[in-house]
Design a protein around this ligand. Structure first.
Ligand code: UDP
Length: 223
């Protein structure tokens, strides 16, 4: 056949992403049988109506073009799998629910997943492999790096910079920055669910609470 497609990750998030892929591709006439789940540890042969393959099995299928979207929330796993797929010549699919709202001047990299009810307002730049789970928003003038993950209902207000591989937990609220003086969430930082972030977050920090504060590091003499 011409082109085949896969959702990489046949777990919780993968099962939430598959219906979006199906809707997006079926409106372009792609048959259901050309849309697979791929997983390094397949737990079943069929999942929600789609064939589940190991990565090796997917590579062995005959098709002119192959596309994947990596539906795994963990940024480091997502990065590794994306690099593996790219080096094997697979194309990266971006997925967007039908009711996603994007306003003016939104640039977003390959392999992104925008779940239902996500809103991206105006003048926003986002890197590759972004995941915005249900009901999240990104407001004006935000700059978001590669492989950033938003759990459901993240409120990312205007003039915020989020560095690569950061993870923002469910319902977190991030205070707006100023033009020329953004609020910055560092590389690989983790914002806990429900946190209210009012200040910059350092690279690799884990912050929780309202106002969000770094988690005390146990046994390291941390403050
Ligand atoms: N997985 C994989 N290769 C890896 C790491 C994970 O195929 O190198 C798969 C794993 O088998 C599981 C899925 O990715 O099916 C991750 O699922 P999990 O429930 O941990 O995360 P979520 O679906 O919430 O992102």
């Amino acid at each position: 056949s011409n082109a085949i497609y896969a959702v990489f990750g046949a777990s919780g998030f993968g099962r939430e992403v598959m219906p979006l892929v199906r809707q997006q591709l079926q409106s372009n006439g792609v048959p259901l049988s050309d849309i697979y789940f791929v997983d390094d540890s397949p737990q079943s042969d069929i999942l929600n109506g789609h064939v589940v393959l190991s990565y090796t099995q997917f590579l062995l299928l005959t098709a002119v073009e192959k596309y994947v979207v990596v539906a795994i929330a963990d940024a480091s796993i997502r990065t590794l799998i994306t690099e593996r797929c790219s080096s094997d010549g697979l194309g990266m699919l971006s997925v967007e629910a039908a009711n996603v709202f994007k306003m003016d001047n939104v640039l977003i990299g390959k392999g992104s997943i925008l779940c239902p009810f996500v809103t991206l307002t105006s003048n926003i730049r986002i890197g590759k492999g972004f995941q915005a789970n249900i009901y999240s928003y990104v407001a004006h003038d935000c700059v978001i790096g590669d492989y950033v993950t938003f759990a459901p209902a993240v409120k990312c207000n205007g003039n915020i910079v989020i560095a690569d591989n950061a993870y923002i937990g469910t319902g977190a609220i991030i205070k707006q920055g100023q033009p020329g003086k953004p609020l910055v969430i560092g590389k690989g930082a983790v914002v806990g669910m429900g946190a209210v972030v009012t200040k910059n977050v350092a690279d690799g920090a884990v912050v929780v609470g309202n106002p969000a504060k770094p988690l005390r590091r146990v046994g390291l003499g941390g403050k």
